[in-house]
Ligand binder design. Structure first.
Ligand code: CA
Length: 224
């Protein structure tokens, strides 16, 4: 299991990251200062670092420089502000492997994390990239979906939504959880976009595979 270090001082963002990473099968630890980030990252027990550039004690760029200066090759994804083009460039020049701009959708971050981990993966670890629940299967690498032998054409968002359902079969997921995971924590909570996309998935998967739990949310029902 991959262990991810989060260096982020905003508790709202770090808990959003922790919850999401956990839901995707990662283990994570959070630090909120540059000093702690350097120390922990050099400890060698992490597979990837998600680094906020705006940390309270020192700039995130200092963390990058310190780690790369000491020969640390851990993949690093930096979190930058929307208008922080200069920071982004500096981050990449400072040795970051990728960057993501706040506010971001969780699924986008996970996709970036997976790419970084896959790039570093030694051949002995071959991740099974297909999720299966009942007769539905999703190939996370090729982004293809099937119901039985029938291939189903899903848009990017539909695929992400399907992935969340397949990772939590028979579990009730609230509209808020789905909104958070797929559209990001800054999305207007009053939107009905989740209902709309669940409707798309229902139609494409067919049958009664995604059930409404009245007043709460939705649940994927596994059909053989
Ligand atoms: Ca910050």
């Amino acid at each position: 299991m991959n262990h991810i270090l989060i260096a982020e001082d905003n508790p709202r963002i770090s808990s959003f990251l922790e919850t999401g990473l956990q839901a995707h099968g990662f283990i994570s630890s959070t630090v909120s200062t540059a000093q702690a980030a350097i120390q922990m990252a050099l400890g060698g027990e992490f597979d990837l670092l998600i680094l906020d550039l705006g940390l309270p004690d020192q700039d995130g760029l200092t963390v990058l420089t310190a780690l790369r200066g000491q020969g640390e090759t851990l993949p690093i994804i930096v979190l930058t502000a929307r208008d922080g083009i200069d920071d982004t460039v500096a981050g990449l020049e400072g040795g970051a492997d990728d960057y993501i701009t706040k506010p971001f959708r969780f699924e986008e971050l996970v996709a970036r994390v997976r790419v970084q981990l896959r790039n570093r993966q030694t051949p002995r670890v071959k991740e099974d990239t297909t999720l299966r629940v009942g007769d539905i299967s999703l190939d996370l690498l090729t982004r293809q979906a099937w119901v039985g032998d029938r291939m189903v054409d899903l848009s990017t968002r539909e695929f992400l939504l399907a992935e969340v359902f397949l990772r939590h079969p028979m579990q009730v997921l609230t509209r808020e959880q789905l909104l958070d995971r797929i559209w990001g924590y800054d999305y207007d909570p009053g939107t009905n976009i989740v209902n709309v996309y669940v409707g798309h998935l229902r139609r494409k998967f067919g049958g009664d595979r995604i059930q409404t739990v009245r007043g709460v949310g939705y649940r994927l029902f596994a059909q053989a």
